[in-house]
Write a new protein. Sequence first.
Length: 277
Amino acid sequence: MRTSYLVVSVIVAMLAVVLGAGMHGDETAERNPDRLRALYSIEPPYAFIDGDGRVSGEAPELLRLAAQRAGFAEVDFIHAEFSHLMHDLALGRADVIASGLFSTSERARRVAFTRPTARVSAALLVMSGNPRGIRSLADVVRQSDVVLAVVDGAIESAVARRAGVPAERIQRHGDAMSAAIAVIEGRADVLALSDVSLNYLVQVAGLSGVEVVRLQTGTGRDAGVGDGMPAFAVRVGDEALRRRLDAALEQILGGEEHRALIGRFGFSEANLPGPAK
């Protein structure tokens, strides 16, 4: 069974690179006013490649809808590793990131975020029965032999370091599936990621022998750990595009069409972002 997970993970990653490479075109070309170039990385349910080879997930599908409302005829998707998304955007490889990128003050110095498109909670993936009793980052810090898996470039890595998890006990992976397999195979003890991501891996991708626990938050080492707010991101200074997307999102978010869309990917009423500030 474990071998099948590895095979699926490798195939998905290779397909993503191939499809992404075929969509680059001239990365330095001036923006086509009728087309929107969007970066994504493989992180279900935010973004992934479906069985028909189509880029799908909560973020790409919502962007397609918002782009249509904003007057774009087409969205071209370009694959990148999650840790490279903001760098590639700054280089002009694309116009927008659509990959469940959380809006944070640190990232806002590098990209300009649209209004949030969802609200998700922090969670942990552990072996069934949670044999190490890990329910917080304080539990990870306290047990000196516990290895924490994260997706490279994801917010959980920075949160873990702030909570006091030593760098040598933080295991970085290119995508969520690889990180989850590390837990299943015993190379890591716990994976920190959003609740919707981990629930999707267990309920839809069919991972077995693991369970999802909500990350306990509060004071001490776990202070500041809480809800995450995914959003689209454009280059700093590209206010025209950000305003166009925000205007489209204002019409979409929380509506019937939006609720049906996110429901396909395991998002619930609790994951709606709420009104813009």
